[in-house]
Design a protein around this ligand. Structure first.
Ligand code: SF4
Length: 302
């Protein structure tokens, strides 16, 4: 198998482009895809500091590595969710990555902050773990970005993640979610840090190849709380479609993005949004979901 561009020995076959690339041409292609995503979405410019949310998994570490190669100003943010050995190994992976490259890394540990991990917090509040986890991540990404002077938070969501999410939203006709699904979430006039997903054009397989070629060590295990998640079924279904029809995921998700504003227009920011009386983050009503969650989880039983 030869590289389509330089005719050297190919290291990866890419059926969705009916091509194959050698190591150097593949990495060049991949960096160009990320550059294209950043510029098409007007995500951020070279002088803007970007906070990269790094879980310790391959996507977020690959994203951080790519942004550095492209010359962006970055720091990493790792939330240690307090899920036993999984969280411990995840943090180690992120620390090793940052240390080896001399990068700034911010770590926030739930166990230290609340005396509880995310699973106990969910239990105490009778919420599904992933729902509590999502509320907490949103709060901390925003809080830490604003406190530390990062107008943008970048996450490692890839094409498979976004296409699976789209499939789930369509199957249930979740119109409000479809309206909000985008690789760029606005800062709403500076109330929030802008949230961006620069890997949305790249499938998981290509990101995995990038991490292997660049010898990036990451935690291979999925979060134990993700067991049985519908997202895996959606991904598997899309993988079968991709196998039968290479490029299907790309057409599905990028086609949606092209049609989105006509079919599912982004709603205007809520008019009655206020600042949470406890933490000051934007919310509807007096207190935000995060503050109510933490208050319930840490309340001393009477
Ligand atoms: Fe959080 Fe784990 Fe659920 Fe992901 S799978 S949302 S990391 S608890």
């Amino acid at each position: 198998m030869k590289c389509r561009r330089c005719k050297g020995p190919a290291v990866i076959k890419m059926p969705r482009h009916n091509t194959a690339f050698c190591d150097s041409c593949f990495q060049d292609y991949l960096l160009k895809q990320v550059t294209k995503a950043i510029s098409a979405g007007k995500m951020f410019q070279k002088e803007v500091p970007v906070l990269v949310a790094v879980s310790g998994g391959k996507d977020s570490l690959a994203l951080w590595d790519i942004l550095i190669k492209l010359g962006y100003k970055t720091a990493g943010l790792h939330l240690n969710l307090g899920i036993g050995a999984y969280s411990q190994i995840s943090q180690e992976m992120v620390e090793n990555f940052a240390r080896a490259r001399g990068l700034e890394l911010i770590i926030h540990q739930y166990q230290e902050a609340y005396g509880l991990g995310v699973v106990q917090i969910a239990k105490e509040t009778a919420r599904p773990a992933c729902s509590a986890c999502g509320t907490m991540k949103r709060h901390h990404f925003n809080r830490i970005a604003i406190e530390k002077g990062f107008p943008v938070v970048a996450t490692g969501h890839n094409l498979d993640d976004e296409a699976a999410r789209l499939l789930g939203n369509l199957l249930k006709w979740q119109v409000p979610y479809l309206q909000k699904q985008s690789p760029v979430l606005s800062d709403e006039g500076g109330k929030w840090a802008k949230k961006v997903k620069p890997l949305y054009r790249l499938p998981e397989r290509e990101i995995a190849a990038y991490t292997i070629l660049n010898r990036i060590d990451y935690i291979v295990e999925e979060c134990p709380m993700s067991k049985g998640a519908k997202m895996f079924t959606y991904k598997e279904t899309l993988n079968q479609l991709e196998k039968a029809s290479p490029g299907a995921k790309h057409q599905f998700y990028l086609g949606f993005l092209k049609q989105k504003e006509a079919s599912f227009p982004t709603p205007p920011p809520p008019e009655n949004e206020d600042a949470c009386h406890t933490c000051g983050q934007p919310c509807q009503g007096e207190r935000c979901g995060y503050c109510r969650l933490i208050e319930r989880a840490t309340a001393v039983p009477t």
